[in-house]
Design a protein around this ligand. Structure first.
Ligand code: GTP
Ligand code: MG
Length: 200
């Protein structure tokens, strides 16, 4: 049949590579989507939920665990990226400076970056880091989709009111959803968003 492309299979994701800086990243071809957010927000857990692999991305109760940019291959030309968490207080200043430089470099210069998933805790969304990423995205070609994660921690009514609250505060270009890695709430919406970006 003409015009039918196989849909992406997230279950097949496999660890590809870790990089400390842009020059160590895999070849900048095809498309990738990166998960960013504050330390401990739930980036690695979201990737594991999406791929239905409990241990693909390392998760931890100790914030700041992921210090490297981790790449996971979906196909030969598409990837998911787990970015190091931002804002972990116990990380030394020099490490934070390096983080800024390397992430900034990645965001500014990574041509295959099709979109960013901004992972934020639904119980305290839109902190300083989130605002910084939204601001950056609005000035760049890279769109943002917000995951209001850990939604299992709130009742349905509170989830909905936070969703509408955040929606009002962000620009129309930003998309958002309620999500939980623990229960899988919103996984279908995330799959749709990623498929759209990576199929283009
Ligand atoms: N209840 C609940 N807990 C979650 C959820 N997602 C993540 N967590 C927990 O939050 C903690 C941090 O999760 P991670 O996925 O390691 O967070 P991260 O953003 O990758 O953290 P860093 O790598 O340190 O930046 C872990 O204890 C997870 O089990 C969720 O949807 N619901
Ligand atoms: Mg992590």
């Amino acid at each position: 049949m003409a015009n039918t492309r196989p849909t992406l299979s997230f279950e097949q994701a496999a660890f590809l590579k870790s990089a400390a800086k842009l020059s160590q990243c895999p070849l900048d071809v095809g498309g990738e989507v990166a998960f960013c957010g504050r330390s401990n927000a739930g980036k690695s857990s979201a990737i594991n939920c999406l791929t239905t692999q409990r241990k693909l991305a390392r998760t931890s109760k100790t914030p700041g665990r992921t210090q490297l940019i981790n790449f996971f291959a979906l196909t030969d030309s598409t990837r998911l990226v787990d970015l190091p968490g931002y804002g972990y207080a116990k990380v030394p200043e020099a490490v934070k400076r390096d983080w800024h430089r390397n992430i900034d470099d990645y965001l500014q210069n990574r041509h295959s970056l099709k979109g960013l998933i901004l992972v934020t805790d639904i119980r305290h969304p839109l902190k300083e880091f989130d605002e910084m990423m939204l601001d950056w995205s609005s000035r760049s070609r890279v769109p943002i989709h917000i995951l209001l994660t850990k939604a299992d921690k709130l009742k349905r009514g509170a989830r909905q009111s936070t969703f509408f609250n955040v929606k009002q505060k962000v620009s129309d270009a930003v998309t958002l959803q309620v999500f939980s890695s623990t229960t899988g709430i919103g996984k279908d919406i995330l799959v749709q968003r990623l498929s759209q970006w990576l199929d283009e």
